[in-house]
Design a protein around this ligand. Structure first.
Ligand SMILES: *Cc1c(COP(=O)(O)O)cnc(C)c1O
Length: 230
C-alpha cells in the first residue's frame, strides 16, 4: 500500500465537517454514518481509507464491487459495503452476496428478485427504498405518491428488511426541500434510516436529519472516469 496523505487528510476533514454539522443541528456525534463512495477508485485507494479507519464504503456497480471488495473484506472483515447505484434484477443474487446494505431498491420487480435471492442465500442485507423526490423521468426511484403501496409490497408480500429511504435530489434545485420531504416520508412510515447528501450537500442533509451521507469526491478526489477499470 502506498501512503496517501491527501486521502487521509480529506477523510479527516470530511469527518470533522460531519461532526460540526451534527453539532450545529443539535444532534449527537456518531449519529451519521459516513459512507465513502469508492466507485472508479482502485482497490489501493480503498485500502488507504481502510488504514485510516474508514469501514463503510459505497459502490454503484455490482461488477466493480465484485472485483474489488472480496479481497478487501478478507483483510478487513468488519468493513460494510453499500450498493448506491441501480441494480438489474439479474444481478440480485450477486448483490445480496456482496453487499451489506442495498440502498437502491426502486421497483416491484427488483423487490421480488431480492426476496428470492435472500431466501436462496439465507442472507438479508438491509434495504433502503430509493425515492425519486423530484419525480424526474430519467432518474431511478419510486415516486413519493407510490411509496406507501410499494413499501407494503416490500414488507408484507416479500418480507424484505426495509430500514430506510434514499434520495438523490435534482441537480438544479435547492436540496433541502427534497431532504425534508424524504425525512417526512420516512417518519410517516416508521423508517429510521435516511441516506441523503453527497460531497456538495452533505451538511445540508445532516441538518435535515440524514443518518447516512454518501461522499465520494470530497474523500477520494475527482473521479477520472465513470467507467474506469479497477
Ligand atoms: C457517486 C455517488 C455519490 C458520491 O458523489 P460525490 O459527489 O462524489 O460525493 C453518492 N451517491 C450516489 C448514488 C452516487 O452514485
Amino acid at each position: 500500500m502506498t501512503a496517501n496523505p491527501i486521502l487521509a487528510a480529506n477523510l479527516s476533514a470530511v469527518r470533522a465537517r460531519v461532526s460540526a454539522a451534527l453539532r450545529r443541528a443539535g444532534r449527537r456525534d456518531g449519529e451519521v454514518t459516513l459512507v465513502a463512495v469508492s466507485k472508479t477508485q482502485p482497490a489501493d485507494m480503498v485500502r488507504v481509507a481502510l488504514a485510516a479507519g474508514q469501514r463503510e464504503f459505497g459502490e454503484n456497480r455490482v461488477q466493480e464491487a465484485a472485483a474489488k471488495f472480496p479481497a478487501l473484506r478478507a483483510e478487513y472483515p468488519d468493513l460494510r459495503l453499500h450498493l448506491v447505484g441501480p441494480l438489474q434484477t439479474n444481478k440480485a443474487v450477486d448483490a445480496v452476496e456482496l453487499f451489506d446494505v442495498i440502498q437502491s431498491l426502486d421497483r416491484p420487480k427488483l423487490a421480488a428478485s431480492l426476496a428470492g435471492a435472500m431466501s436462496k442465500l439465507q442472507r438479508r442485507p438491509d434495504c433502503y427504498i430509493q425515492v425519486n423526490t423530484g419525480v424526474e423521468p430519467q432518474k431511478a426511484g419510486i415516486a413519493p405518491a407510490l411509496l406507501a403501496d410499494f413499501l407494503r409490497e416490500c414488507r408484507d408480500r416479500h418480507g424484505l428488511p426495509i430500514v430506510g429511504l434514499m434520495c438523490i435530489p435534482p441537480l438544479e434545485q435547492p436540496p433541502e426541500l427534497h431532504f425534508a420531504q424524504l425525512r417526512d416520508l420516512a417518519r410517516r412510515h416508521g423508517l429510521v434510516r435516511l441516506s441523503m447528501g453527497m460531497s456538495g450537500d452533505f451538511e445540508i442533509a445532516i441538518a435535515q436529519g440524514a443518518t447516512d451521507v454518501r461522499v465520494g469526491t470530497a474523500i477520494f478526489g475527482q473521479r477520472v472516469s465513470a467507467t474506469a477499470k479497477v
